[in-house]
Design a protein. Sequence first.
Length: 251
Amino acid sequence: MNAIKTIVYIISFFTIVSCVSDDVTTDINVINATTLSEVIENRTIETGAVIACAASDASNSAIVNVYYYLEAGATNIQFFETNTAAIDKDDFSNYRKLDINSEPLFEGFIQQFKRPFGQEQWVIVAYELDGEVKISNPIRTKNITKATVWSEEVEISQQDSKMPKFTWEHNANGDNAIYFQVVSTVDNGLLSGTYTYENQFQYYNTSNVVLNITPENPLTLTIGNSYQFLVMDVSEDNWVNTVFQSIFIVE
């Protein structure tokens, strides 16, 4: 691959998960908005049922990207946040609904809310599925005290042909609970989405995978083609401490 093409791919990859769009919502008054407790009143709910996390934007730490996995058939996606971090995160009456929309990443496999946070807060993503309200675990934004670090420091071993093994620094910025990995094409077509406790993942070896959200059996990689790898180092309160990313050519 020539150098110019490589640079284009890297810029494209970096942009897909971190760019600040022109229509980022900046003015939202949540003081008198509907609360999550009101939304779920007399409804069947499942807590911890929406896979979600948040990271500060690579180019502007005042912007927070809230990522979530949208299950097939889910409807009525809703975004809730508190007015401050100094509240009971498990009291749903503290969460106010915001009227904002998410945007698709990796062809819709992951969705992303994007908005500025002037102070640190708690966030919850919810949607309806199979007659229930599915609710994420609370997400603690830390864009002020612990902005997400964006890094390209990924080691890639290709000892096994078409099965690259990725390794990154363990707990690079502290407070790690789990790692989320995405392998995709250079035009952001999803190939696999997995979680591990270890700081390594081999495509496509699921021996150390603790959660697999790949929609179907992943495609076999093609020798000589370029692909993208991304891993999020996620804390127990669902803040992304570090994002590691790399473009690689399959051997």
